[in-house]
Design a protein around this ligand. Structure first.
Ligand SMILES: NC(=O)c1ccc[n+]([C@@H]2O[C@H](COP(=O)([O-])OP(=O)(O)OC[C@H]3O[C@@H](n4cnc5c(N)ncnc54)[C@H](OP(=O)(O)O)[C@@H]3O)[C@@H](O)[C@H]2O)c1
Length: 279
């Protein structure tokens, strides 16, 4: 049995489906009850309380570990999840980390993630670490204003990064969970090309078959908007990456191609599959 945390999110949902379709027994974990594919067991648990994961982990051979913002909540100790998994007899953990661990190692969120990576490396478990850059699904931040006004409001409209489709992360995660050859792998995951917010907006407009207006936000306006969904420090760091990506953050990684034997999906593909969110 394989346990998928974050099972109802952008990465976890397609991963859960892919594993179930591959004939694996899957336990999907999230805090809230949710529809899961036929044959998949759902267990409600909060990763901020690792002991609560025991019923999900009992009998599991592998764990996909995705930590949301709760990683930084007061009192949360995500490293305990690794110990909990080991004690439950789990043999393999695939951790969803972030590219920033390598490219921006000094922010609090990356330091915490680096600590978690190191705990996993130092455990007796088989492991693989996924370090994605920005997700294509971050464009869902624009869904409300696109639905209401046909407007995309974003900062740094002409500064791009090679964002990745979460469905590709899910496919890579499935490979790492199922194939022995990825043990000890640290994979940087990007999309196939650098794409700017303005180009993303155009791709969404093309998928909708309707024009969208692009409205440039200042950095402060963007920070205020992001404050609703993430800690201020993370918003600040994210804006720094979006506005001034480093050469490492602009690089198109070969890892998706090497692992899956095909190129990563372009943003237009994600937009075409997600038009319902923008109508
Ligand atoms: N977005 C980016 O550009 C980017 C870049 C690099 C790395 N990442 C990493 O990617 C991850 C986010 O992935 P995603 O977009 O697939 O997530 P998502 O769509 O936001 O979904 C989060 C999932 O985690 C569950 N969850 C949230 N808090 C939980 C908790 N305390 N206990 C148990 N389950 C919890 C949610 O369900 P419930 O709410 O029902 O619990 C949901 O299933 C984060 O770790 C982030 O650091 C993101």
């Amino acid at each position: 049995m394989i346990v998928v945390t974050g099972a109802t999110g952008n990465v976890g949902r397609p991963l859960t489906r892919a594993l179930a379709e591959a004939g694996q027994q899957v336990t999907a974990v999230s805090r809230h009850a949710a529809a899961v594919p036929d044959g998949v067991r759902h267990v409600a648990a909060d990763l901020a309380e690792p002991a609560g994961l025991e019923p999900a982990l009992a009998g599991a051979k592998a764990l996909f570990l995705l930590l949301s913002g709760d990683l930084h909540a007061a009192g949360a100790s995500p490293a305990d999840i690794i110990g909990q998994a080991e004690a439950s007899g789990v043999r393999r953990v695939v951790l969803l980390s972030t590219q920033g661990v390598a490219t921006r190692p000094f922010g609090a969120t990356r330091i915490a993630m680096r600590v978690l990576e190191d705990v996993l490396r130092g455990s007796g478990l088989e492991w693989a670490i996924l370090r994605p850059g920005g997700f294509a699904s971050n464009a869902l931040w624009w869904a409300e204003s696109i639905r209401a006004q046909r407007v995309v409001a974003a900062p740094f409209g002409d500064v791009g990064v090679p964002i990745i489709d979460p469905a590709d992360i899910a496919e890579v995660a499935a490979a790492c969970l199922l194939e022995d050859r990825h043990t000890g792998g640290v994979y940087e995951l990007t999309g196939p090309e650098v794409i700017t917010p303005r180009q993303q907006a155009q791709a969404i407009a093309d998928a909708l078959g309707e024009p969208l207006r692009f409205h440039d936000l200042t950095r402060d306006e963007a920070k205020a908007a992001m404050a609703h969904s993430m800690p201020a420090e993370l918003a600040e760091d994210t804006l720094t990456i979006l506005g001034s990506p480093s050469p490492a953050e602009l690089r198109v990684s070969p890892d998706v191609q090497q692992i899956l034997g095909r190129a990563p999906r372009p943003f237009a593909d994600w937009a075409a599959r997600n038009t319902a969110a923008f109508r």
